[in-house]
Design a protein around this ligand. Sequence first.
Ligand code: FAD
Length: 318
Amino acid sequence: MKVTDHLAQAQGKTLFSFEVLPPRKGENIQNLFNNIEPLMEFKPPFIDVTYHREEYMYQRHPNGLLEKKTVRKRPGTVGICAAIKNRFDVDTVPHLICGGFTKEETENALIDLHFLGIDTVLALRGDPIKSEGHFIPHPDGHAYACDLIGQVNDLNKGEYLNQEQDETAATNFCIGTAGYPEKHFESPNSGADIRYLKHKVDRGADYIVTQMFFDNEQFFNFEKRCRDAGIMVPIIPGLKPLTTKSQLTMLPRSFYLNIPEALAEAVHHASNNEAARQIGIEWCINQSKELMAHGVPSLHYYTMSKSESIRRIAAALF
Ligand code: FAD
């Protein structure tokens, strides 16, 4: 069932959903299942699976020359979605990115997903390859998520690439897109960011999932700016508890977000990592409670491959 159908069926009740990462190459899928298992008690209607593109690595040969190699550290998004769906009888949402894909490869991936009975995708541009610094689109692919959304939407009308249209073979994907309460880091200002988000919705996005944030006021302001701009689709807040002191610097560096002073100070002065984790969990529970009272459609948690903190949060809420 599509994410938007799950949200409609909930009739205003806040759902619990989460995101997982594919296992690292060479790692057993059982580790991922073991992480998901304790969260199934809270009846997530859907689970997102991230997509990780290739990274460049340099290998030195005995002759001293460096060879550039591409490595995908976490392959298997589509297969993992099918495996989770099969194992836990839950809907899965693969993340689909522009980076590294031709339009034809995207179409083929969508056909695979359609045949697997997966009917929602989260359509993203994708992060730049680390060593490249900025996003470089594939020459035969898409530069922005809005164009990828357009392609999924065309397929939903039976418009395949380079082929006669066959409306009877049309897919019927529900399309999610990303939103940034604290603005996407490349946007010149939050007004432009919202205009591009509106464009993504106009091209066919059915719902929005936000980047993580630690201050609910950021979400409430973002939601208001979206509604004022005429963006009326459901907006799902993305949440992550701070679980280690090192995340005080790592999360802002990776995700371009602010950590409120009260939370940062408390975690910084925690006597050890378990105490820091407990502070992060309590903060996230309070954030979640306020968002639930506000009436958000789902609370979507970023597990980052570790589910224990999310389980403790869900146990306090659901
Ligand atoms: P876009 O919407 O294309 O926006 C990218 C930038 O371009 C923004 O600054 C935007 O304002 C601007 N822009 C948008 N449209 C236009 C336009 N038409 N003209 C000019 N400028 C424009 N990354 C992964 O690699 N894999 C994942 O699985 C993944 N999952 C994610 C899940 C969520 C919920 C979120 C919030 C992010 C995720 N990301 C993931 C990260 C995401 O890919 C990056 O943040 C990326 O830099 C932007 O993706 P986007 O889809 O928001 O891009």
